[in-house]
Design a protein around this ligand. Structure first.
Ligand code: HEC
Length: 108
């Protein structure tokens, strides 16, 4: 019997090359990953500012508006844990408006 296990085509290098391509190709637009809609509007700017401080900016189409409202409550808790005030005022309004408009299955 001949050993088949000696023939291993160069699969090990493929993931490395792929990762390199993703990194090089993935950085158009503000923040990493898929560009968000209307990033330059006041609402888009508030969303980018407020929601990329502790983690990468989530894409608005990742969740429905109802889910986003739930996450906003959750993020207020995360902010408090870090000694930050809850998100209020114009910033919160803009973020809410932005997510209502651009969420998955957007209402409106
Ligand atoms: C004070 C830091 C902080 C800020 C500011 C913040 N987050 Fe988060 N966020 C976290 C932490 C920590 C987690 C991971 C733990 C968890 O799920 O609670 C998280 C998780 C999430 C998740 C769930 C995990 C995922 O990847 O799907 C979503 C969605 C999210 N954040 C959205 C937002 C949005 C929208 C904003 C802007 C309003 C925001 N975050 C601002 C700290 C923050």
């Amino acid at each position: 019997m001949r050993s088949a296990s000696r023939r291993q085509p160069g699969t090990a290098a493929a993931p490395v090359i792929l990762a390199g391509l993703l990194v090089a190709g993935g950085c158009q637009g503000p923040g990493a990953g898929t560009p968000i809609p209307e990033a330059e509007s006041a609402e888009g700017a508030a969303f980018r500012n407020q929601c990329s401080r502790c983690h990468a900016l989530p894409h608005p189409e990742r969740h429905t508006y109802d889910q986003w409202r739930h996450y906003l409550e959750l993020m207020d808790q995360r902010r408090e844990e870090r000694g930050m005030k809850a998100l209020t005022g114009t910033d919160r309004e803009r973020v809410v408006t932005y997510l209502r408009k651009h969420a998955k299955n957007g209402e409106d």
